[in-house]
Write a protein that binds this ligand. Structure first.
Ligand SMILES: [Zn+2]
Length: 251
């Protein structure tokens, strides 16, 4: 039978938990501590600390440097617990264990640094994605304010000149083109400025249900001046056939 004061002075409870008692000593201690609340509490405390340290060491070991996960809060809680454990480092703890605890803590520090860097990276990435998302959402908004200019064919050199006012904020504008009596399976549209430089050419274009073409042009590609739109019919075979000429003024 072991005597309580001897047990207390010799840190037997902690040595028992860390498996450093000889089998006979362990058996004798077991007989005592089960009936001794003080020793029982000491065994439980030593056991909790032991398990906490083991878990800290395991978590530090399984994490390769540079790899990051998000579930860090248990680790931080454990780090806080470990700091507390250091402050209350028991007399029985061997130097080797203290060193191992210290190195565990420095891993936690390192991991904290990784975590902060990862949070900064994530914030930057999130901001970038949000900006991209807003841009895409704006692009997909129904273009309720899309200005559309209806163009009527110029006949015999005479014809109405339609005017397009450039929007204050750059955006898409529509040109509504009706080829009239021409009937081709497809068309080619060519927009020129001042009868010269081609602003855009698009083909093959199919007429919509209303027998017209809606050409969308970005206002940034237009500048004030006179424009001419040539529409050519594309027959099933053979060369394009002129199918209409339209005049446009951009202001
Ligand atoms: Zn006792």
């Amino acid at each position: 039978m072991m005597d309580h004061s001897t047990i207390d002075a010799g840190s037997v409870a902690e040595r028992y938990v860390t498996g450093r008692l000889a089998p006979e000593e362990a058996a004798a201690f077991e007989e005592h501590y089960l009936d001794c609340p003080s020793c029982c509490a000491r065994v439980e405390a030593a056991d909790r600390l032991q398990r906490g340290l083991r878990r800290l060491a395991e978590e530090a070991a399984v994490r390769p440097a540079g790899s990051l996960r998000w579930s860090r809060s248990p680790r931080l809680a454990l780090a806080a617990a470990a700091l507390l454990a250091v402050a209350l480092v028991p007399a029985w703890m061997e130097r080797r264990e203290i060193e191992s605890l210290r190195s565990g803590l420095s891993s936690v520090d390192r991991l904290n640094g990784d975590l902060q860097q990862a949070r900064r990276d994530l914030a930057a990435e999130t901001a970038r994605r949000e900006a991209l998302g807003r841009e895409m959402a704006a692009d997909r908004q129904p273009q309720t304010s899309l200005p559309v200019v209806p163009l009527t064919p110029v006949r015999g050199g005479e014809g109405p000149v339609r005017t397009l006012k450039l929007p204050a904020k750059p955006g898409w504008v529509g040109l509504w083109v009706e080829p009239g009596d021409a009937d081709f399976p497809a068309y080619r549209a060519t927009l020129r400025k001042n009868e010269g430089a081609v602003v855009f050419q698009a083909s093959p274009l199919a007429l919509n249900d209303l027998g017209a073409l809606l050409l969308t042009v970005h206002s940034a590609s237009l500048s004030p001046g006179s424009y001419r739109l040539d529409l050519d019919g594309l027959p099933a075979s053979g060369a394009p056939v002129p199918a209409g000429r339209f005049a446009l003024r951009v202001e």
